[in-house]
Structures are given as C-alpha cells and as structure tokens.
Write a protein that binds this ligand. Structure first.
Ligand code: SF4
Length: 322
C-alpha cells in the first residue's frame, strides 16, 4: 500500500524518535496503543499503573493513519531499528499485522517489537510477529505466585499459558527472541527465583537475556532496584540455564541523541515522553543541541511532573493530559 502525504504538514502522533536504546541503537518507535491499555500491570512500569487491564485485540486507531506517519518518517529519519511499542502492550492493537506488512515491504531496516509476550498465545499475533527480526519479551517470574506479584496480569493470563505462548512462537519464529528480566528488590532477585526464571527461559530458548533493574520511576513507589551484588549473582545463577555469553546486565540509563522534528519540537518531545520518562538533562540536551527555544522546557514541565528516582530527576508525562 502507498499512501501519499497531502500538502499540509503531517503532525506525528504515533511515530517518534529515533531515541537511543540500550539494546537497539537508534530506535525509531511506532506507538500503537494509547495510555495505558495493557494485559499486565507491572509494579515497576515506567508508565504508571495500568488504567485498562484488557486482553482482547482492539483497533485503537486506523492503521492507515499510522502507515501515513511511518511512510513520512522512514524517508526522512536515520535509524537502526523500526520498533513497535505502546503506551501499554503493542500486541493488543488489532492493526499490528497491517503495520508489520507495510514495514516489511516499504523499508529495509530491521523490525523489532517490545512486548510482554502474553498475547503470543494467540495464533494471529504469532503470525504477525513471525515477520519481525527481534521480539523482546518479558520473563520476570518463574512461577504463578511471583508472576501475579510482579506483573499483576489480566485474569485470563496464567503463568503456564504465558510461557506456552512463547514456546509456540519459538517453534515458528526464525528471528531473535530477547528476554528481559526486570529485577525488583525482595520480589524476584533471590537465588530461588533465578532458578525458576532460568527453568522458564530454558523452555523457550531466548537468543539473549537482559537482566535489568528499574532505572526510571516505577508504578509503585516501594519498588527498589536490587543491590548491585544481587544483580551480578542473579545473572551468574541464570547462566546455569542459559549460556553465559547470552546473558547481559543492564543497570544504567541510556545515553545518546533523541531525535525530534525541528518543525514541531514540543510535539516530538511529548511523543517520546508518552512512552518513557526522560531525565531533565536529556530534555535540556535535546533543546541545546537543536538550538530550540529554551521556553520549550517550561512547556514540557507544565505537561509532566518531576519525579526523583535513584537520585536522578525525571520528567514523567502526566496521564491527565490524554
Ligand atoms: S511494563 Fe510493559 S507490560 Fe508491564 S504494565 Fe507497563 S506497559 Fe504493561
């Protein structure tokens, strides 16, 4: 499908960045789900608590509108990955298959998705995602009890079904499955949980495993990152189940350049902030590097709240503006 731009300037709502990604380099994001529709309600979520805990596919917006933005962005922006993402869970978007098809046919950069993986129980979703290059799934728990504690999933999503869905996907998918394990102090950062999670990972054989800690303000204020020795010990324990050269530790905030469209910088910044809090420093860097009006920082501040987490000040998009 080819959709031409009309003569008016396109205002981007869905496509943002590229933004620096700790795993994907310069990742240009396509945000397909409004705040915060998700089938999980993770205690560490950087987008806050889930507002709409759903597990059915929905056509949140016409896929033609998203393709129109993708068409403009892939021609004008420099990126390493085109990444499907959501202000919630992107696989809940019923038009995702159309977007993947368009991206496969109309641009040549690798395609990724950041998903929790729970919708891989659905054959349609497995089919859409099988055309991607990288599918990042979450595995923060190795049993039902910790799964309910940390991910607080929709009642239809049980731990066993969740892992079975990823296993079925592994059978048909020839690209890379990257698994993310978010460690929360006192919840899943001990030796027992490393064993349970390791056993779950062994079932679907990820190509990489990222042991991570919350670096941005979490949904629940009591969530804390594990002690640094606990993170290293956890990664070592995981290596009993997954080859150690596949296990990576990520315990830092990414650095690098955020791209915003100079003709509409405030909108560009807000589109990034909708999917991830930025540090005050990151926002100021964007303003300085692009020689933007410094008053933009005031506008960003009026639409966000400042939250300090781990000694770093973040600007968190305020959901009451949606
Ligand atoms: S971290 Fe991801 S999966 Fe978990 S609640 Fe947030 S958006 Fe949903």
């Amino acid at each position: 499908m080819t959709i031409s731009l009309n003569r008016w300037r396109l205002v981007f709502h869905y496509v943002f960045g590229p933004v620096p990604s700790r795993r994907l380099g310069r990742s240009m994001g396509v945000n397909v789900v409004p705040l915060k529709y998700c089938n999980f309600n993770c205690i560490y979520c950087q987008l806050g608590r889930t507002r709409y805990l759903i597990n059915d596919l929905r056509m949140f917006s016409p896929y033609e509108d998203i393709i129109r933005e993708m068409e403009a962005a892939v021609k004008s922006r420099d990126y390493d990955y085109l990444t499907f993402i959501g202000d919630g869970e992107p696989t809940l978007y019923a038009g995702l298959g159309e977007l993947v098809k368009w991206a496969k046919e109309n641009q040549d950069k690798p395609l990724a998705i950041l998903t929790n993986g729970a919708k891989l129980t659905d054959e349609r979703v497995r089919d859409w995602l099988s055309n991607l290059d990288v599918v990042k799934v979450s595995t923060d728990a190795g049993n039902e009890r910790v799964f309910r504690l940390i991910n607080r999933p929709h009642r239809e999503v049980t731990f066993e079904r969740f892992i079975e869905g990823i296993e079925k996907f592994r059978e048909v998918f020839h690209g890379q499955i990257w698994s993310e394990v978010m460690l929360v102090r006192g919840v899943n950062d001990n030796e027992d949980e490393a064993r349970h999670i390791g056993e779950a990972l062994r079932r679907y054989k990820p190509d990489r495993v990222y042991a991570m800690i919350p670096t941005r303000p979490p949904a629940e204020s009591w969530v804390k990152p594990p002690e640094s020795n606990a993170l290293i010990a956890f990664a070592k324990n995981l290596s009993r189940y997954v080859n150690s050269d596949k296990v990576f530790i990520i315990d830092y905030v990414e650095s690098g350049e955020f791209h915003v469209d100079k003709s509409d910088p405030l909108n560009g910044l807000l589109n990034i902030l909708r999917v991830q809090p930025m540090t005050v420093e990151q926002v100021m860097n964007v303003i300085e590097r692009n020689k933007l009006d410094p008053l933009i920082l005031d506008s960003v501040r009026s639409l966000t709240k400042e939250v300090t987490f781990n000694g770093i000040k973040y600007l968190v998009y305020s959901s009451e503006h949606d």
